[in-house]
Design a protein around this ligand. Structure first.
Ligand SMILES: *[C@@H]1O[C@H](CO)[C@@H](O)[C@H](O)[C@H]1NC(C)=O
Length: 156
């Protein structure tokens, strides 16, 4: 890969990581939804899914294909740098213990563009985010609490 492009990707991932490292401390701990609990059973911290209405979720335990339906698209603004991450009202992917692939529905805005998070891995201590072929690793404890969902889009 061209070195310049590589550097841009590394910078981008630093921005993404920063935005995930600041869970909103004001969120009360509420009862996690069945989808949050299922996520935890696959070895992921529940904070990867915002504290929002989960209408339902479906998972094929053989193939790992899953769908999560949220009450609406969800926006999170991550302090202190105010990066924006969005969750579509439908999140799909393929999950096995410690690994989510073919992820669709979670994006982060950086460098005036939206970047899709295509996969997430969890080792227990660390969470690794994938944007295409590029990865970045952060401590799992940053995601112990679900961030508040703001700006629910009533139109969806
Ligand atoms: C679950 O996945 C397996 C393996 O891909 C497939 O054979 C099966 O039909 C799927 N079940 C449902 C309910 O989609």
């Amino acid at each position: 890969m061209d070195q310049k492009i590589l550097i841009v990707f590394v910078l981008l991932l630093n921005l993404i990581s920063k935005s995930f490292q600041n869970p909103n401390p004001k969120i009360p701990k509420s009862t996690p939804s069945p989808a949050h609990i299922e996520l935890a059973s696959y070895g992921f911290p529940i904070g990867l899914l915002p504290a929002t209405t989960v209408l339902g979720h479906a998972i094929n335990h053989t193939s790992g294909d899953f769908t999560v339906k949220l009450g609406g698209a969800c926006k999170i603004t991550l302090p202190p740098d105010n990066y924006v991450a969005t969750y579509s009202d439908t999140i799909t992917g393929k999950i096995v213990k410690g690994k989510i692939a073919e992820l669709d529905g979670i994006r982060v805005r950086a460098f005036f563009k939206w970047w899709s998070i295509t996969g997430i891995k969890s080792s227990g201590d660390d969470v690794v985010f994938e944007v295409g072929m590029v990865t970045a690793k952060y401590p799992s404890k940053n995601f112990d609490d679900s961030p508040a969902c703001e700006g629910q889009h009533s139109a969806s």
